[in-house]
Design a protein. Structure first.
Length: 156
């Protein structure tokens, strides 16, 4: 019987003085990361990658509100080193997850591109930020259209 794929999840916030979860390196995670981990569940590989991306894209009002906060935070982080480090940490957690799901998928032949994982992750993150920005700047960007764009990139 094949061993199940490792599952990435933000660590529990139990015992954390701030009530915020911390990663193995002691870096704080966010409720958004915890929700994404719950949504991905026990999936691995391309299915987990797609589900993670769908959690990042503002497909509903709650995620659209989060994106508005993230965009404002990123703008402010340009002028505040501490905020910039927090933003880089949060984005780094998404990047870490994406790489893990790609590493799971390649040996199974589920990802066949010759592009290195770092490039695939950079393309995904750039597209996700673009979809977030478009959803705020162009209110007519529907959830169906965002999903269609994401699926086109993922080849699903």
């Amino acid at each position: 019987m094949a061993k199940p794929a490792p599952r990435w999840a933000p660590p529990s916030s139990a015992g954390s003085p701030s009530g915020r979860a911390r990663s193995c390196s002691g870096v704080r995670t966010t409720p958004r990361h915890a929700r994404a981990a719950a949504s991905v569940g026990d999936r691995g590989g391309p299915s987990a990658l797609r589900q993670l991306c769908l959690e990042v894209v503002p497909l509903d009002d709650m995620r659209l509100q989060e994106v508005c906060v993230v965009i404002a935070f990123a703008d402010r982080a340009q002028y505040d080193a501490r905020m910039a480090a927090t933003y880089r940490m949060a984005v780094g957690l998404w990047r870490e997850q994406m790489r893990m799901y790609l590493r799971q998928a390649r040996p199974a032949g589920e990802i066949t591109t010759g592009r290195p994982d770092t490039l695939v992750v950079a393309m995904l993150q750039t597209t996700l930020v673009g979809l977030q920005t478009a959803a705020v700047a162009y209110p007519g960007m529907s959830a169906a259209r965002q999903t269609e764009i994401l699926d086109g990139l993922l080849g699903t």
